[in-house]
Design a protein. Structure first.
Length: 327
């Protein structure tokens, strides 16, 4: 139904709506009553044939008018129903538009915060990198100071990464850096975000290192599959299917979904320089292969640059290896 026909029906409906009961409710019965009375009078009074014909004609016209009134009343009722339905549709449409605008505004708000947080991370890394370059250029031995600066940057990094993924997944996330030690074979928790550090420090003490293949996420990346990431929004279901294992027997108390990306550089197809993993997990999931993966992979690339910069800085100042070191 186009807007013009709806407008015409609306005007007709509003014009007759107030008086339609009076007009159509009584016109039909009155016409029929007059026709019957006139017909009976013409018969019993032995009136002329012309008058009888006139009464019969009037009766037929009245009966036809009654039918027409019923028809028009039905059409007007349909028009009123169309108007009410159209108004309902319009209200639903307005609500849908409002809800859509709210979702768009929410996404813009999340994107704005995420971009600001990402900028914070890159800004902090730039400052630290600049200090290291100046130290090397001036041949300053500031190993202790730069080591402390590196630790502060990583805490800042993990805190901001957690905030980004809290926004993306709409759930409270935990973020940690795990490094490969002992010839890139064993996994060691290097640092956690400050929020989850207290609740998970006990398990890090109980299980200091373990082979990478004892965790499906790490094995998926370093094992035969050689994938670029591991992602699951329902680890319990994967475990039921026999497709997930975790060296930490208490993992179910802390999370049911995770995203893991490697901290590494790929120089050639046959060469991967693996430093460790950047891990994010939560209870409700919400991770995806487009936004969440690319953000975390970008942060992992930044971590690779950070660790390599600090490593070469330490090598230039003092021959200390990064592998196996924990802060």
């Amino acid at each position: 139904m186009n807007d013009r026909s709806l407008s015409i029906k609306t005007r007709i409906y509003e014009s007759f709506n107030k008086n339609r009961d009076l007009i159509f409710g009584f016109s039909g019965p009155i016409g029929v009553f007059i026709s019957i009375v006139g017909f009976l009078i013409s018969i019993f009074a032995n009136l002329e044939k012309q008058f009888i014909a006139t009464v019969i004609s009037f009766s037929i016209e009245s009966f036809g008018l009654s039918i027409l009134c019923v028809y028009l009343m039905k059409r007007l009722s349909n028009a009123g129903e169309d108007i009410r339905n159209s108004q309902t549709i319009c209200e639903d449409y307005k609500k849908s538009i409002y809800d859509l605008n709210e979702r768009i505004n929410q996404h813009r708000y999340i994107e704005s915060l995420a971009s600001k947080i990402s900028h914070n991370i890159l800004h902090a890394h730039r400052d630290l990198f600049n200090k290291v370059i100046i130290d090397l250029y001036l041949k300053k031995n500031l190993l202790k100071e730069r080591g402390e600066s590196s630790k502060n940057f990583l805490i800042h990094f993990l805190t901001n990464t957690k905030e980004v993924f809290d926004l993306i997944t709409h759930d409270s996330c935990s973020v940690c850096i795990k490094l490969l030690v002992k010839n890139e074979y064993d996994v060691k928790t290097y640092l956690r975000d400050p929020v989850s550090l207290r609740s998970r420090s006990d398990i890090d003490t109980e299980v200091e290192t373990y082979p990478y293949y004892r965790n499906t996420a790490f094995d998926c990346i370093l094992g035969h599959e050689k994938k670029n990431f591991f992602l699951s929004n329902d680890l319990l279901e994967l475990e039921k299917q026999g497709r997930y294992r975790n060296y930490n027997q208490k993992w179910k108390d802390s999370y049911n979904a995770c995203l893991v990306v490697p901290i590494r550089a790929v120089a050639k197809i046959e060469y991967n320089k693996n430093i460790g993993f950047l891990c994010v997990d939560n209870m409700k999931g919400g991770f995806d292969e487009i936004i969440a993966f690319n953000i975390l992979a970008g942060f992992a690339d930044l971590l690779y640059c950070h660790f390599q910069t600090i490593y070469y800085y330490k090598e230039a100042i003092s021959p200390i290896s990064l592998q196996g070191e924990s802060e």
